[in-house]
Structures are given as structure tokens and as C-alpha cells.
Ligand binder design. Sequence first.
Ligand code: NAD
Ligand code: GLY
Length: 368
Amino acid sequence: MKTDRDTRTLRVELGERSYPIYIGPGLIDQASIYRQHIPGQQVMVVTNETIAPLYLDRVLTALKGYQTESVILPDGEHHKTLSIWNQIFDALLNSQFNRQCSLVALGGGVIGDMAGFAAACYQRGVHLIQIPTTLLSQVDSSVGGKTGVNHLAGKNMIGAFYQPRCVIADTQTLNTLDDRQLAAGMAEIIKYGLIDDVAFFEWLESAMDRLLARDPVSLSEAIERSCRDKAILVAADEREAGSRALLNLGHTFGHAIETGLGYGAWLHGEAVAVGICMAADLSRRLGWLSGTEMDRTLKLIQQAGLPLNPPEELERERFLSLMSVDKKVLSGRLRLVLLKGIGRSLVTEDFDSAALISTLDEYGRNSL
Ligand code: NAD
Ligand code: GLY
């Protein structure tokens, strides 16, 4: 039997938009959590065709007493589009849901981003509960309020900042996740260690095998530490005027890979893993990261079962043009998150562009 002692609770401190993150086994069944955070009567659960058969009935059972409806979207990053997103509004309007309704996002980052963006827009904003069911969404996308959909020209280019009323990370849902998806989540976890938490990075070096073996205590620990690190950066800079951009370590390279290959060809976490390797390589070329720190970074990413090299078909010029669509580009200057050491990241446009070209060439030549 699960007890409250199995549940870890953190808070994202954002004044009147503050909210808790609950982490633990069996949480999707706990009616009391929903009752605390869902004020109205109407609840629309947004999920997809893979997750619905696994978890939708359990969530609906825990929501007994509310007027519940669900909308089941097609699965996949390539469906993270405005037209599929519109199906959420069709469902809300067909069910005559009003401004007091709540949206529950049940799924990975794709569902969380789409449902979150719908909650931001439906009748100018309704309540949102995030129930992330992938490792990546439990450690990253469900926390912090970034929501949106992709455009063919760029990842997550259409969206809004919109915070949930709570995040319910049920660690048992990870049991049905395949190994490739679990590894993808590790990329974002490793990211936190590199950004500003050297102790977490060192812990990951010793715990990675236990994490991949799905040891529940180690997984809960990694999720809690990741969410804590993210919550601090989000609380300091909710709308990414400055330091929150550090959370995009590896993402400018990674988004270029995702957009360049076509959404879904590579998993987001895989693209971020390679992006981190490339950011580390550039940092080393600039003399900011030592060879030893670079090796430790690559070793941990490899140990997690993640790729170290970008796909061959992305040539330097294409990479550069895709990177220039990034949301961090300011006045035409490419800004990147780079490393001055493990746990010491910075956002900068002040780097030698020849070093960036060398990184792109190096990674091109070494492609798998
Ligand atoms: P995803 O949502 O596509 O989920 C991965 C796959 O796992 C899907 O096929 C999904 O149906 C399936 N799945 C989900 N939960 C499952 C479970 N418990 N058991 C079995 N299968 C399950 O991918 P993701 O990695 O969770 O999220 C990636 C997305 O998140 C990208 O679109 C990325 O841009 C976004 N993202 C957003 C933020 C943010 O801050 N908003 C941060 C990071 C990533
Ligand atoms: N994943 C980046 C952010 O939330 O800011």
C-alpha cells in the first residue's frame, strides 16, 4: 500500500501563480489531490491514443463527482500542430464547457504542451492540471509553464507561458515507458547537473545504472532534484528574460536536428543529448571546458544510452540556418548556452564564430 510518506512535494514559487509538484507512486488514483486543485465542475482530460488505454480510466475514476469528458489526440511529435490542437477546442465547445472548467493534460511533453496552450487560450484562460507520464515530462516539460505547438519552420514557435495549478508526477506510470523514451528523459536530467548542480551531476555518474534499471527510489530522487533545480530557475525568471534561458542547454543544436529531420524522426531528448555534446565541444574549443569535463559529459550521456553525434544528413549550412530560427536569437545574433565547467553554464553571444563552425564540421565528420 502506498502512503503519503511515498509522496515528495515541491513548490514552484511564483507569487499568486505558485503551485505544488507531487512526485510518487500511484498518485493518479488519489481523488484528494484533484479535489484540492480543481475548483469548478467541468473537467476535460486531454490525452492520446497510446496513453488513453493505459491510464485514462483510472484518472476518470479518481475524478468521479465531476462532469468529465476526454479528448484523445493522435500520438506523436508530428501531430503537435495547430490543426490537431484545434481538436481540443472542438471537444470543449461540443461539451459546452465554460470558463470555470479545467483541462487535465495526461501524457508526455507533447500532450502537456498542447493541452497547456489550449488551457491558456480557451475562453482566455482556464485551469490546468499537468499529469506527466514520461520521464522527460516529469523532470522538465510539465513544470514551468511553457506551452505550445510546432510550426514547420521551427519547434515550439507558437505558444504561451501558462502555469498549471499543480503537477502530478506518478512515478509508476514510467513502468509502461519503453527504454528509448526513458533514456530521452535522462538527457534533460543530465542537463540540470551541467547547468548549475555539480553535486547532482556527480550523483548521476554513480546512479545512472540504477536509474536505467528503473530503481524506484533513484528515479524519484532524480525527478525531485531535477524539478527542484528547474523550479529555482523558473521562479527567478518566469518568462525567460534572462537566466531561465540556461534551461535550453543543448536545445539550439537539438531543435535544429528535430526541425531538420522532420518532427518525430529523433526524440526530443535524443536531439538535446547531441546538442549538449555539441555545446560542450564548442565550450572546450573556446577554452572554457576542460578535456576531462568534456569526457565526463560524453561518458554520462553515452551511459544513459543516448546518441553523441548528429545525423549525417544535416550539413553545416543547414544546421546554421535552422539554428538561426531559435527563440534565443536577439537582433540577428545567435545566443547559445555554453559551459565554463560542469555545473557552470552561461548564455552568451560572445563566442568566436570560427569555433562554432569547427564544432559543426567536427560533428559532421564524426556522424554515425
Ligand atoms: P511524447 O509526449 O511524445 O511522449 C513520448 C511517447 O511516449 C509518446 O508516444 C507517448 O504516447 C508515449 N507515452 C507517454 N507516456 C507513456 C507511458 N507512461 N507509457 C507508455 N507510453 C507513454 O514525448 P516527451 O519526450 O514526453 O516530450 C517531448 C515534448 O516535450 C517535445 O514536444 C518537446 O518540445 C516538449 N518539451 C517541452 C518543454 C517545456 O518546457 N514545455 C520542455 C521539454 C520538452
Ligand atoms: N525547457 C526549457 C524551459 O522550460 O525553460
